[in-house]
Structures are given as structure tokens and as C-alpha cells.
Design a binder for this molecule. Structure first.
Ligand code: NAD
Length: 273
């Protein structure tokens, strides 16, 4: 991947980027991409072992990285995350990537209230808490004459599409795109930009498992004009772009990377079907 114009983003190698849910999957790829662009990385996750391993791997590759145990739905954990990130980054926070997210799986009629609450607590309340705490810090930096930071929220094509068996998830991603707009409007006067990424089907451990079922694979690909699932790196590249000066006039948007799913009305033929 080309690092131009992203190298200008962290040319001093002092930039600090928090990525929540970066112990694995898309978040981990985002952490790797920002590390390669020269940023110091704070991995915030509840998966301690995988999170520590991810941070150690980044350090092994020559980056500055550390892991922080943080449940994004917990106000105290989030406050601790910001404190740790500031100590790590010499008082400076440049980017928050609100990536942590979880999924419910039951039909609407059967969805237990506890499941509804569990998903919205992480996906919406967590993004709000981390977003507000990071933004307060970024505003303080701007008022002190520093550079504005930027926030990137992980939404989904499910901010537009609803799924009857992932109801709380669908609601949460609709909320994520609205949170992105509200934050962008509130923070525009500080030149702090807030955008979201809306992935379609991305090749993570969870998806690899469902893609091994031929019926599911065909169903997914019949709704994917580019004919393949996306790679985590293809999402990470967008995060880097949105955080970079190349995106200096973009705020409040959700950028969809879905292989053409959202423009599609019916279905496309699937190879080997
Ligand atoms: P993943 O399960 O691999 O990663 C999610 C990470 O979040 C995990 O490391 C998990 O430990 C962490 N996490 C869970 N609860 C947390 C909490 N309370 N506090 C902090 N961390 C927590 O999933 P992924 O596929 O990499 O998804 C990452 C994001 O991308 C999610 O927001 C998801 O909704 C979104 N997304 C994924 C896809 C896809 O196809 N994989 C598509 C659209 C959107």
C-alpha cells in the first residue's frame, strides 16, 4: 500500500492513535496500517491476551504500541484509556478509531432485552463514551494551539440495511452513522473531523467461518457485485485516508466499502452456483 499522502500525517512519529477493539479483525489491521504510517498505537480491548499479543507484534515490527484493557461501555475504563493514551503520547491524541463492536443473533420476536442492551451498550454507548472523552481532549489541544485530531467510527452497511436476526446490531449501526453526523457538527468549529466507515462483508475470522457454508457463501456473493468479500486491509486504507490531510474537507460522512452492495437492487450471478 502506498503511504503517500499519509506519511505527512505522522511525519514527526509522535502522533498517537487509539483503536478500540483492535485485538483482532478489522481493528487490528487498522492499528497495523497506522503503525506503518509512523503513529504510536494504543490498542484498547477487553481481550487481554490477544490485545497484548497484537501490541507486542507491532513493537516487534519497530512501532510504538501498547495495550490497554478497556471495556468501551464503561465510563471509568474509557477515562483510564484516555489518560494512558496521553501518557503514552506525550500529552497528545491525534486519532480515535471507534471500532469495537459486537453482534446479537436472534429473530426480532425472540430477542431478549438483555441481548438488546448488551449490543447497544458496546456499539453505541461505547462509541459515544470514547468519542466524547477523546473529543474533549482534542478540543483542549486545539484551544492550547495544537493540531485538531480526528475521529473515525466503524459503522456498517447495516446502518442502511436491516437484518431481522441482528436487530440490535442494525439499530446500533444506524446509530453509529447518526452519532458521526452529530459529532461532526459539534466539533466542526474546532476543525475536528468525524467520519465513519461502512464495511460490507469483510474477511475476518467470523466471516471465514460462515463462508465455509456454501449456502451462506452464495447468499453473500449474490449480493456483492465485485464478486468477493473484502479484506481488512481494504478497510484500514480508508481509515488512514479519512485521518489524513487528503480528507481535510470531509466530515460527517460514512464511507461505504461493500463491493457494490448498497447500489444493488436484486442479485448478481455467483461463480460455481
Ligand atoms: P471482531 O470480533 O474480530 O473484533 C471486535 C473486537 O472488539 C474484538 O477484539 C473484541 O474483543 C472487541 N470488543 C468487544 N467488546 C468490547 C468492549 N466492550 N470493549 C472493547 N473492545 C471490545 O470483529 P470485526 O469483524 O473485526 O469488527 C470490527 C468492527 O467492524 C465492528 O464494529 C463491526 O461491527 C464492524 N464491521 C465488521 C464487518 C465484517 O464483515 N467483519 C462488517 C461491517 C462492520
Amino acid at each position: 500500500s502506498t503511504l503517500f499522502p499519509y506519511t505527512t500525517l505522522f511525519r514527526s512519529r509522535t502522533g498517537t492513535v487509539i483503536v478500540t477493539g483492535a485485538a483482532g479483525g478489522i481493528g487490528r489491521a487498522i492499528a497495523e496500517h497506522f503503525a506503518r504510517a509512523g503513529a504510536g498505537i494504543v490498542i484498547a480491548d477487553i481481550a487481554d491476551e490477544a490485545g497484548r499479543a497484537a501490541a507486542a507484534e507491532l513493537e516487534g515490527a519497530g512501532a510504538r504500541a501498547r495495550f490497554v484493557h478497556c471495556d468501551v461501555g464503561d465510563e471509568g475504563d474509557v477515562a483510564g484509556l484516555i489518560d494512558t493514551a496521553l501518557a503514552f503520547g506525550s500529552g497528545r491524541l491525534d486519532v480515535l478509531v471507534n471500532n469495537a463492536g459486537i453482534l446479537d443473533s436472534a429473530d426480532f420476536l425472540d430477542l431478549p432485552l438483555a441481548e438488546f442492551d448488551r449490543v447497544l451498550r458496546v456499539n453505541v454507548r461505547g462509541a459515544f463514551l470514547a468519542g466524547q472523552a477523546a473529543a474533549r481532549q482534542m478540543v483542549a489541544q486545539v484551544k492550547a494551539g495544537g493540531e485538531p485530531g480526528t475521529v473515525i467510527n466503524m459503522s456498517s452497511v447495516n446502518s442502511k440495511f436491516a437484518l431481522p436476526d441482528h436487530v440490535a446490531y442494525s439499530i446500533s449501526k444506524g446509530g453509529m452513522s447518526q452519532l458521526t453526523k452529530a459529532m461532526a457538527l459539534s466539533l466542526a468549529r474546532y476543525n475536528i473531523r468525524v467520519n465513519a466507515i461502512g464495511p460490507g462483508s469483510i474477511n475476518t475470522a467470523m466471516l471465514a467461518q460462515v463462508m465455509s457454508d456454501d449456502v451462506v457463501r452464495r447468499r453473500i456473493l449474490s449480493r456483492t457485485p465485485l464478486g468477493r468479500v473484502g479484506e481488512t486491509a481494504e478497510i484500514a486504507e480508508i481509515a488512514l485516508f479519512l485521518a489524513s490531510p487528503a480528507a481535510s474537507y470531509i466530515t460527517g460522512q460514512t464511507v461505504y466499502a461493500d463491493g457494490g452492495r448498497l447500489p444493488l437492487n436484486y442479485t448478481v450471478p455467483v461463480e460455481g452456483a
